[in-house]
Ligand binder design. Structure first.
Ligand SMILES: NC(=O)c1ccc[n+]([C@@H]2O[C@H](COP(=O)([O-])OP(=O)(O)OC[C@H]3O[C@@H](n4cnc5c(N)ncnc54)[C@H](OP(=O)(O)O)[C@@H]3O)[C@@H](O)[C@H]2O)c1
Length: 268
């Protein structure tokens, strides 16, 4: 896809990764409908790219708000790119989570992108060539302790992306699944950051993720797994899960300890 010809709905546009994608798309000449509940973090970009960027206020868990996005798409005469980047995450052992946290992850990370895609598919199909981009995670391929519900949502999003790609194989709409590894945004709580620090995990800058996503869109790729050795572990987990079980078993005391630490005792 030619980025300067992209007419985009971008969810999660006010977040760490979404905002960098919005910025890079606008710099490339694309027109972007930035979907999020909050506008504040987008204000500098809205001022910088008044022709390219427009904010649509929407809570993606609400059908009424998703239809507001559709109305905005119709008002600009259609789109050829939908990027589902909104997401929520809670690092905690399953028993520590409230049902409301679990349901929020399922609603924002799974139901919302599926329903948003369904709603906008007729618009995407009208374009000469179009793409749906679903932002998953390394945790969409590796089940990780402390992230059981989040992993469930990202595994679901990966399955949805694969099935949808096959369902749309005889149309002009393609599907790109993106799996970032840990990325420096406010999605990661102090506890999650403390775990990444303790494990010396690689943490990407959101700009790096955005630039890789744009490259994958421009190259019409089908999936994008960010980072080494994370790509290797994804492959290893699918071939030799018992080996990964043993490795993660050793991390379990640390994961359990950090997930239980009160927020005010954790590093920022
Ligand atoms: N950060 C990481 O380490 C990491 C790693 C792998 C994958 N990812 C994935 O990358 C994507 C972006 O993550 P991020 O790190 O940029 O997260 P972030 O900074 O926390 O941003 C989350 C975004 O989701 C939006 N959102 C949350 N609930 C919403 C709702 N009910 N309705 C509409 N929008 C909602 C937020 O917008 P409002 O609050 O303004 O509505 C915000 O724009 C997510 O899908 C995440 O799972 C992140």
């Amino acid at each position: 896809m030619q980025l300067h010809e992209a007419r985009v709905v971008l969810t999660g546009a006010s977040g760490g990764i979404g905002m960098e994608i919005a910025s890079a798309l606008c710099a490339a000449g694309a027109r972007v409908l930035a979907v999020a509940r909050h506008q504040e973090s987008l204000l500098p970009l809205l001022v910088r790219y008044p022709q390219n960027l427009h904010w649509v206020a929407a809570d993606l868990t609400l059908s009424f708000d998703r239809h507001k996005v559709l109305a905005a798409v119709e008002a600009i005469g259609g789109i050829n790119l939908l990027i589902n980047a909104a997401g929520v995450n809670h690092f905690a052992m399953l028993e520590q989570l409230d049902d409301s946290d679990i349901n929020a992850m399922l609603a924002v990370n799974v139901s919302a992108p599926i329903c948003m895609t369904k709603l906008l598919l007729p618009q995407l199909k009208q374009a000469d060539s179009a793409m749906v981009v679903n932002v998953g995670s390394t945790y969409g391929s590796i089940g990780y302790p402390g992230y059981a519900s989040y992993c469930a949502t990202k595994f679901a999003l990966r399955g949805f992306s694969e099935a949808l790609r096959r369902e749309l194989a005889d149309t002009r709409v393609s599907v790109l699944y993106v799996a970032p590894r840990a990325t420096r945004t406010s999605m990661n709580s102090a506890a999650a950051q403390a775990l990444n620090d303790a494990l010396k995990a690689n943490v990407d800058d959101p700009k790096t993720v955005a630039s890789a996503v744009l490259h994958a869109i421009a190259g019409d790729h089908r999936d994008l797994y960010l980072g080494w050795p994370e790509r290797f572990f994804v492959r290893l987990n699918s071939l030799l899960p018992n080996l990964v079980d043993r490795g993660l078993r050793k991390q379990l005391p640390l994961i359990r300890r950090l997930s239980h630490k009160p927020e005010n005792e954790q590093k920022p």
